[in-house]
Structures are given as C-alpha cells and as structure tokens.
Design a protein. Structure first.
Length: 176
C-alpha cells in the first residue's frame, strides 16, 4: 500500500470544499446518508474533524470559522517538518501521524460522498487515492475496538462499483 501524502490531502480537501461551496441555501437542513446529521451538522463535523487533526499534529487549538478556514491549519500541521514521523492522539487513539493522515483522507472523501448524495452533486476524487483509502480502511478497521468505531456495518456493493462507492459502502453507507 502506498503512503498518503500532504499533496493528496490538499487535493481532497479542495474537492470537498467545492462540494460544500455547492450547497444551496435551501439544502442546509436536508438529510444526509449519516442519519444522525443533516447537511449543516455534517459540514460542522467535517470542519471540527479538520480542527481536531490540526490540533493533534500542531499542539495548538484551532477554532475555524467555516470549512475554508479549517483547511489551512490542517495542511500546515500535516506539512510541518517532521510531522509525519510523529505519533499523535486522535479520536481513534494514539497512532502514527501517517495513520492520522490516512484517516483524514478517508473521512473527507466519505463525507464528501455523503454531501454529494444529500445535495445532488457528484463527488470526484482521484481513483488511486480512493483505492488507497479503501485498502487502508480494510486493513485498519478490524483493529478498531467496536466501542470506538463510528462506522455502521459494511454494506454490500458490486465489486465493479466506482471506487468511492466501494469505500462508502465499506464504511457503512448504503450505495444503492
């Protein structure tokens, strides 16, 4: 499995930002595939996740004002000299920073998929990055204690489904 890069994170964050920018004013209260969250709550979760991971790597509390404000500190934290050689505390536990980077990439792409589904947009992420996230998720998810897993059980999806649909289904989304 190839390792994640900060450049991949920047690209995925930018693509997710386009989905967020495409939300119309009347869609913020619409339901999402994450049944506990409407569009507004899902975006808040993504922004909060960016802040949590940025703080975990930088040691500095980040309080972003919206999605674009949450991306710069996230990229700076992961891109800092030596950052990817560290061990950090994230919601899943204490992990190498490269694992945290994998987690953030997968989270942004799956929640981008959620937002696209909820708002009638199309999520587009590079297939190689999605496949990397899927491979990582398949190897890492069985190691997460069931009481710490935020994911629903994996859902069935055709093997020839698009990579992003396979990732979303693996992490509990109903794709059909």
């Amino acid at each position: 499995m190839s390792g994640p890069t900060v450049e991949q994170l920047a690209d995925v964050a930018e693509r997710t930002g386009r989905l967020i920018a495409g939300i119309t004013p009347d869609q913020w209260r619409d339901p999402t595939p994450c049944v506990e969250w409407d569009v507004r709550a899902l975006v808040a979760h993504v922004v909060g996740g960016n802040a949590v991971f940025a703080a975990a790597l930088s040691g500095e509390t980040v309080q972003p004002d919206g999605y674009p404000d949450s991306v710069a500190p996230l990229l700076a934290a992961f891109g800092a000299a030596g950052a990817l050689e560290r061990v950090v505390d994230v919601p899943f536990g204490t992990v190498p920073a490269t694992v945290a980077l994998h987690l953030r990439l997968a989270d942004l792409m799956v929640h981008g998929w959620d937002l696209a589904r909820a708002t009638g947009q199309h999520a587009e992420y590079p297939d190689d990055v999605v496949e990397q996230a899927l491979e990582f998720s398949r190897s890492a998810l069985p190691l997460v204690r069931s009481d710490r897993s935020p994911f629903a059980p994996s859902q069935a999806v055709d093997d020839d489904a698009p990579a992003l649909d396979r990732l979303a289904a693996f992490l509990g989304r109903k794709v059909s």
